[in-house]
Design a protein around this ligand. Sequence first.
Ligand SMILES: [Zn+2]
Length: 326
Amino acid sequence: MTAPAPCICLTCGPAALLPQRRYRCKSAQGKALFGGSQLYRCQGCGLIQAFPLPSLPALAEYYAEDYRNHCLSATDAEELQKFPLDNLFYYNRGQSVAELLAPRVTSPQPRILDIGAGYGHILHALGERFPGCTLSAIEFSNVCVEHLRSRGIAVFAQPAEEILPALPPFDVIVLSHALEHFLDPGAMLRLIASRLSPGGILYVEVPHIPEEAMHRYIDSVWAPRVDEPHITFFDPRSLSGALAASGLAVELCTTAGPEYSRVSALRFHIPQWRWLMERIIPKPIFRFLRRQRAAQSMKVNAREDAFYQQGGFRIWIRAIARRTAA
Ligand SMILES: [Zn+2]
């Protein structure tokens, strides 16, 4: 049975939401959470969103175990003794984010919080730029928490919804590849806006999923990409609108990072190949190959210029929004 279409957009409120296509999962665990979901597009702000949504406890259980083991997502520990050069993909992301943010930070010794910090590549890069700053993180993964604490970072291993109201204001809050995972992104952005000091900035980075990419292959078998486990799918307009709705002044909102075609040619041009392989190859071998391929895509140069570029059909959206001094 299909659930009735939602009539509340996750960021802009009451609105007409038009069905797009079925939600695409990549693991059995994901199917249990999102198997009956559809993607809808808000006619007001353009945000694409999943509905119906899993419960928060079910989602928390998924992130505790399945996200890393079956979904092959999130940062992978390689050789942490080489940190921050352990993973050049995350190293470049950290450096490029710090380069973008540094000129906009007004406090000489900023209080910085990264929500969903992973191993802390962004915090490390910001720490290099602002000696004397205070670094904090909200992070669940045990290996990441241990690593962050070993580097002197204050870590809160609780949901942001619970811990944020109890924390003092920050001059910089980082939300990199996290916003699209929240069940209520509008409420999260309003909460974050309330925890910024006057003049403080929020940095948001999300995958760039324009409507065109959603529909490039209509049939789920020929999926250009999977959706699991994202709740929301942004383009620059819907992200900018969501930030403005939280009361912040949007200073930057643009596509950024590697160009689409370069990173996902396989999925865009011969997506049936993957589907065929998955059916022919025994599951353990398929998983091994997929893991190898995921690791390969993380192998980039010590300085990857595309990470510092903006505009056009690129795989991320980067945004900076400020709490104006009232
Ligand atoms: Zn909307």
